[in-house]
Design a protein around this ligand. Sequence first.
Ligand SMILES: [Zn+2]
Ligand SMILES: [Zn+2]
Length: 131
Amino acid sequence: MYYCEICKKPADKHHIIFKSEGGQDFPLNFKYLCPEHHRGRIGPHKNEKINLIYRIEMQEKLYELLPLEFYTLDKLSLLLDINPNHMKRILNSLKRYKEGYKTSEVIFKLMGNNSYTEESLIEFSLCAIEL
Ligand SMILES: [Zn+2]
Ligand SMILES: [Zn+2]
């Protein structure tokens, strides 16, 4: 049984990067949310700003977890808690350098071939105010 990270009620597993966007099954892509905090008005499926905040948080956690510029497949598999075969499939489309895989490219891929910035959040807030 999982509990909501916000209110501690029984929760479902939310994929921060949706599977439809190329989100992978691994702990950093999961957020446990009760029905209200998941699919309600203040949940990431209904609230674009919350969705963006969770994604920026996830991206920050990835950069904290992977402070070096390059990692090998084995090391990524271990640190991200993704089994080696699955990790191999994720890395399939990325360039392998002499030192391994480039962290920024791995994170971009894990974020659904996207990168999120604080600026996008500020722009989003400004747009929301204009509305
Ligand atoms: Zn909740
Ligand atoms: Zn969800």
